[in-house]
Design a protein around this ligand. Sequence first.
Ligand SMILES: [Fe+2]
Ligand SMILES: [Fe+2]
Length: 270
Amino acid sequence: MPTFVHISDLHFGREQAEVIAAWFKQAAVLRPDLVIISGDLTQRATAEEYIAAQQFLAQLQWPYFTIPGNHDMSATDLTERFFNPWKKWEKYISPATEPVLKQAGYVVVGVNTARAAGFYFDWSRGQISHKQIKEVQAKLAVTPEQDLRLVVAHHPFWLPQLSAYRDLVKHRDQALEAFHFAGVDLILSGHVHRSYTQILQGVLIVHAGTTFSSRLVEGQANSFNVIKGDRQQLSVEFMTWQGSEFQLAERRQFRHNNGVWQQTTGLNSV
Ligand SMILES: [Fe+2]
Ligand SMILES: [Fe+2]
């Protein structure tokens, strides 16, 4: 039964060394099969920040899977932003912005929802195109029935009340419907710097807060998630920063029934 450690919004440039050191200690105990990083590895997409993120990844003693977020493209170098937005990502992090990982028991598909611009005021908003939706379906088409199917995308497919002022990923409804029919079990995201879970269209949506950065929203400490389980049942543990270490704040359990996920414990909180 695999253990996934889900971290997000690392924002190197605004990272806290003490929090990173404590996370490494905790991760060494958890010994994850995979560390999943759901975007915003940097704060301003500078070379220095990318090098810091690259050094962090090099220190991981476990396999990792990552996709970019909106902060990982430059907001000041507009030539780079509009003509080669993933130049530094490809140089320092990975040649892929939408990786796929197939392992015994699970498959992970990355979707890059960050955009250089859009026909809306807030350019930090993300979107998933119809082409990307079809690509996710194709990448999952030959997955064995018993294998857990995870999609990792930076922007939110659901928002809790406290983050309702943020935008959902554009084309959320079409994507969710397609993902449901493709048998997607989990969507792992970040961006709003809050940890939460929600089930929509039978798909379990899991958000991690900002794991290392000082870019905290009110009422949310630094956090990460531990996801353990298989396609029948799994648990999501919220780990939150308590001043000198991460501690378990809450465990939620889920069961897969007739192609939909249902929450079986921890029903009283968002
Ligand atoms: Fe972020
Ligand atoms: Fe973001």
